[in-house]
Design a protein. Structure first.
Length: 112
């Protein structure tokens, strides 16, 4: 039995390759039929916000803390609780890692 033959045609790599090539040909055909009037650097490439005048790039930037403000505000109690044990000292993180590994090994030894 060959490596490329299977009992079901759906799992055959040859079938998948043929399907991929046919889909690529269809995509390229549809793309070639598209509009050829696109011009880079004209009004076609400008940002459109429902007719509103677009602000300069430095004013369009939205910092991440503004995007996630509601998320952080809703979970403020959780974050405050979780930030207390975080000291920023690598030795503390290694101690936590070792402690969790010891507990995991103990649980596995007791179960098995």
């Amino acid at each position: 039995m060959s490596v490329l033959t299977y009992g079901y045609a759906v799992w055959s790599p040859i079938v998948w390759l043929v399907v991929l090539l046919v889909l690529a040909a269809i995509v390229l055909y549809v793309r070639s039929r598209g509009q050829k009037r696109y011009k880079k650097g004209t009004a076609q490439t400008d940002i459109f916000i429902s007719g509103i005048q677009v602000p300069p790039a430095e004013q369009r930037h939205v910092p991440a803390h503004n995007i996630y403000w509601g998320f952080f505000e809703a979970l403020k109690g959780f974050y405050n609780t979780m930030m207390r044990p975080h000291t920023g000292i690598i030795n503390d993180y290694i101690l936590w890692l070792v402690a969790v590994m010891v507990v995991t090994v103990l649980v596995l030894v007791m179960v098995i």
